[in-house]
Design a protein around this ligand. Structure first.
Ligand code: NAP
Length: 478
């Protein structure tokens, strides 16, 4: 059987590592028709703001499977990440990142049996990149987390654990601080865990998770987490097993899967033929298992074990390694070792990963009762807070509402509190509350009234769902 796979060589070291992976996969005897497609830096240079040409989109849509090299993203300026665009375009909602001790690769953790997998939500959270400047000196990034998105990633986590016969799963969140957004993942995890009684499910606060990963990584099997947490935890975890050169990944969607290393384009090593191709080769191994080619996947894994542990051929990045095998020589050695077995590693009994997310409704939660009891309006101002507070009190009275409080970066600063240490900036949030439910007409009237008294940039409704306030109190609020 022949497979059609989209191959995106990518930027920097991308062409070197993807060539290595492709040659090794081809050497297993599998018939793969590689469709070579562009994305990333060269595409940006041609003036295409997405960094992903239509031919590449068409190829992935057709083939539903892609092996991708890293793509460069300008830091702090310029276009959006073509990586994130691809993940969002194909709704690859789950990013699976295995972290496994590799034989022959000595690290301070060697022998402890690290074999964990981070299952990272891949399309929501801060990485949706919904950013605005609220004032010329205050930036905002919206952290949107949906129940549907959480259900999809949590189910993927549990089904993944099942497919690899793993017994425990952790959910790492910052729900102690971000009770609604990060809390959404925690609540969803606790709900869905009931459907998988055979898997021990536990929540862990993400900062402690980082600590525990360094202290005792062998305690983890599967960690489900939000997008940004997962990005950071997986880079951290890769360092435990020898670095980013050993960390593969799979972007899983219902309509397409894109396999790629965790690492980026490491431009300083581009063209040197010294970079470690293993992360992309192992991403290729994940791709083969996704295609159902379990034997070819295992053959490559064992050829890698033999190359690293028996031949002791390791690339420059492996700490303490003196052989500094070139990327192309490493590739040749792996190809030469195909068919050999390295008995010291016990193979997992891999089963196909089957996740059915098709019946999750667009809005999985529908409260019986809901109303809006107020609004938060964000203003740009440098007026003394006492003076600005009085102006807003007048506006509230004119709109037949009450001013509840004013905050600066979440801390109550009006009506006056004992707190005198909040360092003011040129942006405040004013909370207006009604004596009953607020209609849109009342809110529009309030906007008209405050617009004559201040410069506002952003508004949020304060919802009450089934009797529960669906917004957080300010720090310092009673
Ligand atoms: P990076 O490219 O991952 O490189 C960081 C460091 O990790 C390298 O300097 C090197 O460490 C090590 N490293 C990475 N890949 C390696 C490999 N295959 N073998 C051995 N060592 C490896 O991260 P970055 O420098 O932060 O980002 C560079 C560019 O890549 C940026 O434009 C970023 O946006 C992009 N990026 C893309 C993706 C993606 O396409 N999915 C992911 C992350 C970053 P030493 O310096 O210690 O040798």
């Amino acid at each position: 059987m022949a497979y059609n796979v989209t191959l995106i060589p990518g930027d920097g070291i991308g062409p070197e590592v993807t060539t290595s992976a492709r040659e090794i996969i081809d050497a297993t005897g599998l018939k793969i028709n590689w469709e070579i497609c562009e994305a990333g830096a060269e595409v940006f240079k041609k003036g295409l703001a997405t960094g992903v040409p239509q031919e590449t989109v068409d190829s992935i849509s057709r083939n539903k499977v892609a092996l991708k090299g890293p793509l460069e993203t300008p830091v702090g300026f310029g276009e959006k990440s073509a990586n994130v665009t691809l993940r969002k375009m194909f709704e690859t909602y789950g990013n699976i990142r295995p972290v496994k001790e590799f034989p022959g690769v000595a690290t301070p953790y060697s022998g402890r049996g690290i074999d964990l997998v981070i299952v990272r939500e891949n399309v929501e959270d801060l990485y949706a990149g919904i950013e605005h400047m609220q004032t010329p000196s205050v930036a905002q990034c919206l952290k949107l987390i949906s129940r549907k998105g959480c259900e999809k990633i949590v189910r993927l986590g549990f089904e993944f654990a099942k497919s690899q016969n793993r017994k425990t799963i952790h959910c790492a969140t910052k729900a102690n601080i971000m009770k609604f957004s990060e809390g959404m993942l925690k609540r969803t995890f606790e709900d869905i865990a009931k459907e998988y009684p055979e898997i021990e499910a536990q929540h862990i606060i993400v900062d402690n998770c980082a600590h525990q990963l360094v202290r005792r990584p062998e305690q983890f099997e599967v960690i489900v987490t939000t997008n940004m947490n997962g990005d950071i935890l997986s880079d951290l975890s890769s360092a435990l097993i020898g670095g980013l050169g050993f960390a593969p990944g799979a972007n899983i969607g219902d309509n397409a899967c894109i396999f790629e290393a965790v690492h980026g384009s490491a431009p300083k090593y581009a063209g040197e033929n010294t970079i470690n191709p293993m992360a992309v080769i192992l991403s290729g191994v994940m791709m083969l298992r996704h295609l159902g080619e379990f034997k070819a996947a295992l053959d490559i894994e064992h050829a890698l074990y033999v190359t690293c542990a028996v031949d002791k051929a390791l690339t420059r990045d492996v700490v303490g390694n003196t052989s500094a095998t070139l990327t192309t020589d490493f590739t040749k050695k792996v190809i030469g070792n195909l068919g050999k077995r390295y008995e010291a590693v016990k193979d997992r009994d891999y089963k196909p990963l089957v996740v059915n997310n098709s019946n999750i409704p667009v809005a999985p939660i529908t409260p019986k009762e809901r109303f809006v009891e107020g609004v938060d309006i964000f203003f740009e101002t440098t007026k003394p807070i006492g003076e600005f507070g009085k102006i807003m009190e007048e506006a509230a009275a004119e709109a037949s509402l009450k001013l509840k409080l004013i905050t600066c970066r979440g801390m109550k600063i009006y009506p006056t509190t004992e707190n005198t240490t909040t360092d003011l900036i040129d942006q405040v949030r004013v909370r207006f509350i009604g004596s009953g439910p607020l209609s849109d007409a009342m809110i529009q009237n309030l906007i008209a009234v405050v617009s004559t008294r201040g410069s506002w940039s952003h508004i949020e409704k304060l919802h009450v769902f089934d009797g529960k306030q669906a917004y957080t109190k300010a720090h310092g609020e009673d």
